[in-house]
Write a protein that binds this ligand. Structure first.
Ligand SMILES: *Cc1c(COP(=O)(O)O)cnc(C)c1O
Length: 355
């Protein structure tokens, strides 16, 4: 097979996943996302670090959620399910809606009203999901979904669904396959904490299979206004501009702590200002446009570098969980306004300082 031919993700890593002979493959050709080395940004941050980003915004629906969803929806079809449901800050919904459409399943998504980026809402609507916004936050939406799935024959596709985590392990496999080893540090935003759990499981599975010799240290970053793991208690009213990680009571809380402790890593918080600065820096110095929540990983690495945390030459992979185009309203808000001029060459030349 040509090395440029893409396979469905769960076929590519079949031996590491709960694939049965008869498991159908519901795929939009997710995965194979670019691991981008950032020399300009690395030089700005630290003389010790080589920074890479894994740009998960390049998945079919624009976020890493597709890695878990291809697995979860395939298993739902295998089990004979006819309908799916999820609570979502937006990206799980977009992915569930797309993969459910692909499989011919009915899909319902429960969103916190007014707190979901516009691009994400548009996706769920276009893919034909039943979109329900509740008067509550993500944690409330997840409670509703749990209540529904306990009482009705509908498949839950939040990361409480173990197949989601299984599929998301493939992110770690791709990083190791691209680098030829695991990075020294793995930096990642933490919301409901499914992804940090999945990456850690993925690295461990690859080590067990003899594909890598050493495991990375896991560096998780929450937004300061919604940092339950850092504070040590649930946050009733989580706040942050990074809506994808605006979660006060993460479902995989304990497993995130286990990833941190087993790897000798840390979970810390970054402010909305630090997140915004990192998002702009990535876009303006390296041409990589991620959504705010994603930038928490880079913001965290910048913060730790300033504190002198990185003392030896090492590489770090930051997961950029979703695409910047998911949340264009926020992007426009944080940039200088564009310039309006008359329809004139002279006026444009003058504005550009050419005359
Ligand atoms: C879902 C999501 C997260 C958080 O991932 P968890 O698995 O909930 O910790 C971070 N960033 C983006 C863009 C997301 O969609």
């Amino acid at each position: 097979m040509s090395r440029f031919k893409r396979m469905p993700l769960i076929e590519r890593y079949r031996e590491y996943l709960p694939m049965d002979e008869n498991t159908p493959v519901v795929s939009l050709y997710e995965g194979y996302t670019p691991l981008v080395k950032l020399p300009r940004l690395s030089a700005k941050i630290s003389d010790k670090l080589t920074v890479y980003v894994k740009f998960e915004g390049m998945n079919p629906t624009g976020s890493f959620k597709d890695r878990g969803m291809t697995m979860a929806i395939s298993k739902a079809v295998e089990a004979g399910s006819k309908a799916t449901i999820c609570a979502s800050t937006g990206n799980t919904a977009a992915s569930a809606a797309a993969y459910s459409a692909r499989a011919g399943l009915v899909c319902a998504v429960i969103l916190p009203k007014g707190e979901v980026a516009l691009g994400k809402v548009s996706q769920s609507m276009m893919h034909g999901a039943k979109v329900i916004a509740i008067d509550g936050n993500f944690d409330d939406a997840l409670n509703i979904v749990k209540g529904i799935t306990e009482n009705y024959p509908i498949t839950l596709v939040n990361s409480l669904n173990p197949f989601r985590i299984e599929g998301q392990k493939t992110g770690a496999f791709e990083i190791c396959d691209d680098l030829g080893h695991a990075p020294v540090y793995h930096a990642i935003p933490v919301g409901n904490a499914g992804n940090i759990t999945a990456y850690w499981a993925g690295y461990k599975a690859y080590k067990e299979a003899g594909k890598i010799d050493a495991l990375p240290k896991m560096l998780g970053f929450q937004a300061a206004g919604s940092a339950p793991i850092v504070e040590g208690h649930p946050i009733e009213f989580p706040e942050t501009i990074a809506t994808a990680i605006r979660i006060g009571n993460p479902a995989s809380w304990k497993r995130a702590e286990a990833a941190r402790d087993e790897s000798g890593g840390l979970i810390e918080k970054v402010t909305d200002e630090e997140i915004t600065e990192a998002q702009k820096l990535l876009a303006a110095t390296e041409g990589v446009f991620c959504e705010p929540a994603s930038a928490a990983s880079v913001a965290g690495v910048i913060k730790k570098a300033k504190e002198g945390f990185f003392t030896e030459k090492s590489d770090v992979v930051c997961i950029l969980t979703g695409h910047g185009l998911k949340d264009p309203q926020r992007a426009i808000k944080i940039c200088d306004p564009f310039i309006e001029l008359p329809n004139s060459i002279d006026a444009v030349a003058e504005e550009m300082g050419l005359k």
